[in-house]
Structure formats: C-alpha cells, structure tokens
Design a protein around this ligand. Structure first.
Ligand SMILES: *Cc1c(COP(=O)(O)O)cnc(C)c1O
Length: 425
C-alpha cells in the first residue's frame, strides 16, 4: 500500500467513508482517493510525491491557484490580531462593501460559513418575507445539503419532490416543487397551479453540479419576470459562479437582477465562507431588524474575511477573466477535436474558467440528458488522467475549474494528457 492508501484505510476507521464530503471518496470513478500533502499554484502534491495538475481547484474556490502568496499574507496579517472576536470587526464591513460593489443587486449582505448556510438562509428569508411555503427548484441543481433542497425530481415533468436523502421528512419535500431546467412551459404551469403559494424560486446561476448546463436564450429573463408577476422571491445561487465567471457572477454577464443571491466558494479565498444578500426591503426581514432568525458564532470570522477580501481584490487584475476564458476555450476545443478524430461523442460546454465533459452526442440542456451520458467513459478518462498527472473531478457530474495559476504551459501539458486519454477510450 502506498501512503495515500494507508491513510485512507486509517481514515475509514474514524470518518464515515474516510471522507468529510462524499464525492472525495472516488466512488463513481473507482480507485482509492489520494491524500494531498501540499498544493501550490495549479499543482497538488500527493502524500506519495506525485504532482498533479488540478482541475478541481478545491471545488471552485481556488481561482487564484493554491497557496496564493497575497492571500496567504493577508491571512498572516489578520492572524497577528487574533483568530475570532465575537464582536463586529472591520474586515466584515469591508467585505460587505466589496460584495455590494461587485453585485449591484445586493443592497445588504450577511456573511455565513458555507454555501449551504447561504442558500438555507435565502429559503427561510423568502418564506418569512412572503409568508408562503413552497419553493421551486430545478432538477439537477445542487444548493448544498439543505433539507428542503436536497430533492431532485421523479420522472414526471411536474412533480412534488421526493427526498434524495434519507432523513428528510416527506412533509418537507412536499413544499418543494421540482421542475426541469430550461423549460419555460413547466415553469408557467407550476405558477398557474401554485402561484400564490410560491415563496421563491431558487436556481443555480449556471447549473454546474450535474456537469455544466447553460441557460437557453431568454430563460433567465423569463424566470425573473415570472417571479415578479407572482410576487415570489427570485434567488440566484451563485455560490459557484459568483466571482468566477466574472466579478459580478452570472447576473452581471446576463444583466439579470435577482431578489436574493447566495455566494460561497471564491468569496472565502480558500477559507470557509458563504454569504447571502439582496434587496434591502427583503434583507431587513432578518434579525435583529426583522422576524427571520439567522446567526453564526464564527460568521464574519476575521481570518476568513481577510482571505476573502484579498481574493476578491485580486480579481481586479486586468484581463484576468479574458485570459481564463481563452485558456478554457483552448482546452475544450482541443479535447473536443481529439474526440471527433476518434469518433467519440463528447460535449464540452464551457464558460469562463469552468467546463464540463459529457460523453454524449447532443447539447445537454436538462438534467435527464446529463444522466444519459456515458459516465463509464468519463471514469476511464479520469483514471488515465490521474495516472498521467492530471486531476479531473472524480465524478462525471462535477465541473472542472481553471485558475490564474494554470499558465499556458500548464494548460498545454494538461490538454495533451486529456487528449491522449481520449485516444485510449
Ligand atoms: C458548492 C455549492 C453549494 C454549497 O456550498 P458548500 O460551501 O459546499 O456548503 C451551494 N450551491 C452551489 C451552486 C454550489 O456549487
């Protein structure tokens, strides 16, 4: 057994499945997960000394690469002053102002410790604000492990939810309406049927927890408008896309103004941070101003804020997003061409610094299409890449991420490995 295997065997005795988040266990691609010893720039070094070009980027946060010097220095500076105060601190005010500056839809913002907390709080707030109970979510969209959101659909086009996880009461699930993504008619039907009961609609700004699905022309505008028509709160979950596809997320790219936005991942600069914010009128419903309770012992933690502030400030670098975008496009086009040459059906949906690999013939617009892609081929490609120094996400349903530390040389090297991997399929 190598060191990673030994450590994983040891972990399994004390941690369920040996991991603190299930997908890390490599169940859908096979093999034993490696243990990371250290991470620098675009590269992970495993406990056994292997160097891997990383396209997981800690599941999105590491847009500036691993162990970024400026972020590390910001944390060190904050560390000198103490790790947690339990009172207001200057970092959280600065962070709130920065978030507002990036997201014009946000008048007020509250910090939390994860994306899950952010979406959970948005849901409670939407319900508290509207006095309604039902929430619409979309098949394949992941919003963290919030009870009422951990539900996808049955096979029907319009079903009340069945929980995905044991431990979620049917009665909770009954308040969640699951719809197919990119389907305006399904949305119109649901609003016709339950309109005045719908507290809010939550959508992943780009559904990216089932590969990467992009909205059809006009779909997000339609979502915005129908929420306005029925007085429901429109919640954009930009935990993954916020600060990543542009400083102001998908809402900036598409010119959409949600009522509430959930943030996470990049906002923490590698430390655990989430945030939610939006219209002042709605945010004022939160305690201590209003009746919707929400709190956190470590919320606005000074170390986490210092890391996040610096990460956001670094996004101001000129051409940062256009460089990420062109690197992503280059990689996707090369891989796509390699697949074509081999006669392998592969879709490579991509947007600035994010891409998906779907082994299928057609563009994927909905979750059920994503479910019918060839995940065995993905697993084979994953294993080839891992053996040859490239770490893709250990599931066909996760998005791949680039960082600014993925230089053209690194991208070239990784592209070659992935293309060779395609040739072996
Ligand atoms: C990761 C993610 C979450 C959950 O964030 P955690 O920090 O893992 O709790 C919520 N929504 C989206 C879109 C995500 O990608």
């Amino acid at each position: 057994m190598n060191l990673s295997e030994q450590l994983f065997a040891r972990a399994q005795k004390s941690i369920p499945g040996g991991v603190n988040s299930p997908v890390r266990a490599f169940r859908s691609v096979g093999g034993t997960p490696f243990t990371t010893q250290s991470a620098q720039g675009a590269v992970l070094t495993t406990a056994d000394g292997a160097q891997l070009i990383d396209f997981v980027c800690t599941w999105g946060p590491a847009i500036h690469g691993h162990n970024n010097e400026a972020i590390r220095n910001a944390i060190a500076e904050a560390l000198n002053k103490g790790t947690s105060f339990g009172t207001p601190n200057v970092y959280e005010v600065e962070m709130a102002e920065l978030v507002k500056d990036c997201f014009p839809s946000i008048d007020k913002v509250r910090m939390v410790n994860s994306g899950t907390e952010a979406t959970m709080s948005c849901i409670r707030l939407a319900r508290g604000y509207t006095g309604r109970n039902k929430i619409i979510k979309f098949e394949g969209c992941y919003h963290g492990h919030v009870d009422s959101l951990l539900i996808k659909a049955g096979s029907g086009a319009l079903t009340l939810g069945n929980p995905d996880s044991a431990g979620i009461p049917e009665s909770f699930a009954q308040e969640t309406i699951i719809l197919p993504y990119n389907d305006k008619d399904a949305l119109a039907d649901a609003f016709r049927r339950w309109g005045k009961e719908i507290a809010g609609v939550i959508v992943e700004a780009y559904p990216a927890n089932c590969g990467l699905i992009l909205p059809r022309e006009g779909y997000m505008e339609y979502l915005r408008d129908i929420c306005t028509e029925y007085g429901s709160v429109f919640i954009m979950d930009e935990v993954m896309t916020g600060f990543r596809v542009s400083r102001g997320g998908v809402q900036e790219k598409h010119g959409i103004t949600p009522d509430l936005t959930a943030l996470g991942k990049v906002i923490g600069g590698g430390l655990p941070v989430g945030a939610f914010g939006g219209k002042e009128e709605i945010m004022n419903y939160i305690a201590p101003l209003g009746p919707v309770y929400q709190a956190g012992t470590l919320s606005g933690n000074p170390l986490a804020m210092a890391a996040g502030i610096r990460a956001i400030q670094l996004l101001h670098q000129e051409h940062l997003y256009s460089h990420l975008e062109s690197a992503t496009r280059y990689l996707c086009e090369s891989v796509s061409n390699a697949a074509k040459k081999r006669g392998i059906a592969l879709q490579t949906p991509h947007t600035c610094s994010m891409f998906g690999l779907y082994f299928t013939t057609e563009r994927v617009d909905r979750f059920d299409q994503a479910q019918h892609t060839d995940t065995n081929k993905f697993a084979q490609l994953f294993r080839y890449c891992l053996e040859h120094g490239v770490f893709l996400p250990p599931s066909a349903y996760e998005t791949c991420f680039l960082s600014t530390a993925h230089t053209p040389e690194v991208i070239e090297q990784a592209t070659q490995v992935i293309c060779e991997g395609i040739h072996t399929l």
